[in-house]
Every structure is written in C-alpha cells, then in structure tokens.
Write a protein that binds this ligand. Structure first.
Ligand code: SME
Length: 165
C-alpha cells in the first residue's frame, strides 16, 4: 500500500522529532527516552491514540511509559497473555485490524478498535515493546510497521547498551 503525500509528511515529521529526541542529551536517560518516544508518537501521528512502552521483567511485561487520554489497568501483563504477550513471545510485530475479533485481546479502552505491537529487540533478545491503540478499525498498516520497527530498533540499541543491573 502506498502512503499518500499527506501521510508521508506525517511520518517524516514524526521521524524528525524522533531523531531530535535521540540526539538530545536528555535522550541518554532511558526513562526520559521512553517517555519522550511515547509523547512524540502520540502527538505526531493522528491514529496513535494511546502509546505505551512495556519492558520484559522476568515472565511479565511491565509498563514503563505511556501517553494518551487515560491510564491502562494493564500495567503488568504476563508474557503468555494478550496481543502484547504474543508479540514479545514471538519477537514479531503484530497488527490487529479489529481488536474485537481477536481472542487474545486484553481490553483497555472502550474506543480502541485496532492495535499494533512492535517488539524492542536485537539479535540477542526481546527487551520490550511499543504498544499502540487506535480508535479506527484497520488504523495501522505497513507504513506504521516500517516506521515503528525503526523506532524500536533505535530504542533497542540504547536498552541493549544499558549497564547490567
Ligand atoms: N490490548 C493489549 C493490552 C495493553 S493495552 O492495549 C494498553 C493486549 O491485548 O495485550
């Protein structure tokens, strides 16, 4: 699917803001980076209605940053549950066009219709994921996948370089 010129401009602007975030000195602090990435994505792309970053902690995914109209009750998700768990366990991006038709879906917000979950990973491991909810059916497509996998790869570079705890 080709992106329209308007769409292309939206992703270019979002990408420029992501570049600025990573270039910024504040971006060296991982907490600020997670927070900034959620903010930039939520503000820059109209369909990204709720944006969260989860990190793998033992057998769970733990929410470390989010932006959107309301908090989620799903602040800790077992790796075996939800679309979030499926994406982290498989290391594959998952796009769900209609969340109401997906039995894995863990409901958060009444107005969510579509979801994209993109693992934050490198060749060694899955560190976490970007989870985005959209208010339109089929809100996400190949352009979102490519764009967000790029953002996730940059996050993975930073997370992978963090000192061992
Ligand atoms: N819907 C997700 C849970 C997280 S919320 O969308 C914030 C899932 O099915 O895993």
């Amino acid at each position: 699917m080709m992106a329209s010129l308007h769409e292309t401009a939206v992703y270019q602007a979002a990408g420029a803001r992501i570049d600025a975030l990573f270039a910024d000195e504040g971006g060296r602090d991982l907490g600020a980076l997670y927070d900034g990435a959620c903010r930039v994505l939520n503000e820059s792309v109209p369909n990204y209605n709720w944006v969260g970053i989860y990190l793998v902690e033992g057998d769970d995914l733990v929410l470390v940053a989010w932006r959107g109209p309301a908090p989620t009750e799903h602040v800790r998700i077992p790796l075996g549950q939800g679309i979030c768990g499926a994406a982290a366990s498989s290391g594959e991006t998952i796009i769900v066009d209609d969340v109401n038709a997906d039995p894995r879906y863990l409901a958060c917000f009444l107005n969510t219709r579509a979801e994209i979950v993109v693992p934050i990973q490198d060749e060694r491991m899955v560190y976490g994921e970007i989870d985005i909810d959209g208010d339109r059916v089929a809100a996400f497509g190949p352009v979102d996948r490519a764009f967000l996998e790029g953002v996730a790869a940059r996050l993975a570079e930073r997370v992978g370089a963090r000192p061992p705890r």
